[in-house]
Ligand binder design. Sequence first.
Ligand code: 3PG
Length: 206
Amino acid sequence: MNLLEIMRTSPVIPVIAIDDLAHAVPLARALVAGGIRVLEVTLRTQHGLSAIRAIAEQVPEAILGVGTLTRSEDFAAARDAGAVFGVSPGLTKELIQGSLASGLPLLPGVMTPSEVMAAREAGFHQLKLFPAVPAGGVGMLNAIAGPLPDVLFCPTGGISQETAAQFLACKNVACVGGSWLTPKDALAAGDWDRVTALAKAAAGLK
Ligand code: 3PG
């Protein structure tokens, strides 16, 4: 699957931070049961790579991304663990090299028109607008669709079930990212039914 196909698989990509490795598989199963198959597991906790490995082995329906990629050496490790795409908060020369060398497609973060242009020059046409709401949200996306029409976004950062539809209505948005499908209290309580309900609601967004 290429990045465009992955972004078009479902309207929302949950951004997941695993504090307890035992949560990884039941959480992934709960999201998949709700119709959300594309999952971004971040490296912002120590369990990120192990969680990716466990989900890849035990939840084959999941299409796994590795998030919060900030170092080139993490690309190959994430790919070997089972990730099929990467997400980063920004874009650097090192990350471009890491993506090329590992073969792991990268959805890089951008926040300004110049960053969109630099990413495009580096060959990236699918981008994460991050942090989406502080960057200007829907107004920003609509404003850059005119001068920069040939890029497609996954806005992430500050989006909720209530606001996601406004973003998805933008012609340059393929999907959105967010952490609202995986509330920390639901994970701590092992309330997987709640996660599945949140996933179902998100999967129904247009
Ligand atoms: C993050 O920074 O954790 C992600 O971009 C998700 O942002 P959110 O918590 O605002 O959805």
